[in-house]
Design a protein around this ligand. Structure first.
Ligand code: GDP
Length: 319
């Protein structure tokens, strides 16, 4: 049974960078990573879990280094052939990646829980941290846009985040339950810290927090909850975080990120790690703030951000 010291709430590419830094900074078994499954979808008859796979491939050291998702050593024979037959090739599925989706889908359709399937993959890939889907139920992020309501991957991959977003829904979330493994991790007697990755607050973290009971259970642990800002200045390192925040009437920047968490999930965040260049914003953030260079390009950057998150002193913790 896993008794983590640190729990990370995480999305895909941005979150996986910190997941890797923490995984390599902590002794084996000390980290549990709770991953967003709101991006999961059915495609070509397969169950695809993009954020879980990004975290898995990253920690296993097999991720495509430039993309940050998919496999490094990959071929696309299936996708090329599919395109020749007139099939949908907008979602890039490599041959090795496809094998994982096939095996997961086989097990999922015969009733195995996503948590068990993921745990087996973690062990096959030799990963030492626990990777836990936020839920074994289906939650699907959908976006109301100027072009109508879009499924997540339709918006994110096929339309490259171009449509203007008016509202975001996490369909199924209110009927979903936290996975039992997520709950067990939160009751770890060794738990010292919960970290919110520099993932998209609206598309990667909010789906996790939208499951009933999650924010209460996080608070009940009594350990400090530290969020890493996913923006540097008013810009995302990658992806639509800043664009989405603006479209939804928020201020794109670290203060806007803090305000989003504080308004939607009151008293959840105890501390925030922001980029050094945003230091002047610290007084406008209503929690403990620390800064470092949060741009994670190299392995050393990932380790530095991980270290800052682990060392950030949150005076007194929670009562
Ligand atoms: P996705 O599901 O693949 O979009 O990935 P996430 O939601 O986990 O991460 C997207 C967020 O990660 C964006 O807001 C990026 O700005 C942020 N991000 C990516 N790389 C970095 C980095 O090196 N440093 C920081 N601070 N944020 C990053």
């Amino acid at each position: 049974m896993s008794t983590p010291r640190v729990i990370l709430l995480c999305g895909g590419v941005g979150g996986a960078k910190l997941a890797l830094g923490l995984d390599r900074s902590l002794p084996s078994g000390d980290l549990a990573i709770v991953v967003n499954t709101g991006d999961d979808f059915d495609h070509l008859g397969l169950r695809i879990c993009p954020d879980l796979d990004t975290v898995l491939y990253t920690l296993a050291g097999v991720v495509h280094p430039e993309q940050g998702w998919g496999r490094a050593d990959e071929t696309f024979a299936m996708l090329d052939e599919l395109a020749r037959r007139g099939g949908p090739d907008w979602f890039r599925l490599g041959d090795r990646d496809l094998a994982l989706h096939l095996q997961r889908s086989l097990r999922w359709r015969r009733g195995d829980r996503l948590t068990e399937i993921t745990a087996d993959l973690v062990s096959q890939f030799g990963v030492h941290s626990a990777i836990l889907p936020m839920t074994d139920d289906i939650v699907a992020t959908r976006l109301d846009t100027a072009e109508g309501t879009l499924d997540f991957q339709d918006y994110f991959v096929r339309r490259r985040c171009a449509p203007v977003v008016r509202e975001i829904h996490y369909d199924g979330a209110t009927a979903a339950s936290m996975s039992p493994a997520f709950l067990r991790a939160l009751s770890s007697p060794r738990l010292e810290r919960i970290v919110i990755a520099p993932s998209n607050p609206l598309l990667s973290i909010a789906p996790i927090l939208s499951i009933p009971g999650v924010s209460d259970q996080l608070r009940k642990t009594g350990v400090p909850i530290v969020a890493v800002a996913p923006l540097i200045g008013d810009r995302a390192v990658k992806g639509p975080t800043a664009k989405l925040m603006q479209e939804l009437g928020m201020r794109a920047g670290v203060v806007g990120v803090y305000d989003f968490y504080a308004e939607r999930y009151p008293a959840l965040i105890d501390a925030m790690l922001i980029d050094r260049s945003d230091g002047h914003e610290a007084t406008a953030i209503g929690c403990v703030v620390a800064s470092t260079d949060t741009l994670m390009q190299t392995m050393d950057d990932r380790l530095r951000v991980a270290q800052s998150v682990l060392e950030l002193s949150v005076k007194g913790g929670r009562p």
